[in-house]
Write a protein that binds this ligand. Structure first.
Ligand SMILES: [Zn+2]
Length: 105
């Protein structure tokens, strides 16, 4: 299924990655390509991926970030949107390392 990205929406103020601590101010939903361009607010139970480190978390009932349950962590492997985001994040890391090597031979 082709995906698109919804416009970024603000997340709950004070949200930060539970792994790296990066303050997260927004989230952009990965949606069916037909819905790309339409703001998509997170709902309780939705997964989110830290833009800084790739850590996968979920929104709780109050839209705070929480760690995944064991069942959610297992189901994440079946969500190709998460797998695509994690692959993109790894590619970004590799490219950043290449750039750093070129800047500091
Ligand atoms: Zn992080």
């Amino acid at each position: 299924m082709p995906y698109g990205v919804a416009p970024s929406v603000e997340v709950r103020p004070g949200s930060s990655c539970l792994y790296c601590g990066l303050v997260l101010t927004g989230a952009a939903g990965v949606v069916d390509h037909k819905e790309a361009g339409v703001p998509s607010l997170p709902s309780p139970g939705d997964f989110t991926v830290c833009i800084g480190c790739g850590h996968v978390m979920a929104f709780d009932e109050r839209l705070n970030l929480r760690e995944l349950s064991d069942g959610e962590a297992r189901s994440m492997d079946a969500d190709d949107r998460i797998m695509l985001l994690k692959a993109a994040q790894k590619r970004l890391e590799r490219n950043q390392k290449k750039l750093l090597r070129k800047d500091n031979p």
